[in-house]
Design a protein around this ligand. Structure first.
Ligand SMILES: [Zn+2]
Length: 53
């Protein structure tokens, strides 16, 4: 009897699109993290569209 299958999804983390950053413009936490042009990281608020880095 296969009692040791390991197909339980990993629920230990938050979705990758969700961050703990708040939008400086509207204060929403619906912020997506994006890669910038020079390899940096920038953020865009999905609530108001404000983007920053
Ligand atoms: Zn915003």
């Amino acid at each position: 009897m296969p009692a040791s299958r390991d197909d339980i999804p990993d629920l230990s983390g938050a979705p990758r699109t969700a961050t703990r950053i708040s939008c400086p413009s509207c204060g929403s936490s619906r912020v997506a993290q994006m890669l910038g042009d020079s390899g940096g990281v920038s953020y865009v608020c999905t609530a108001c569209g404000h983007s920053w880095s």
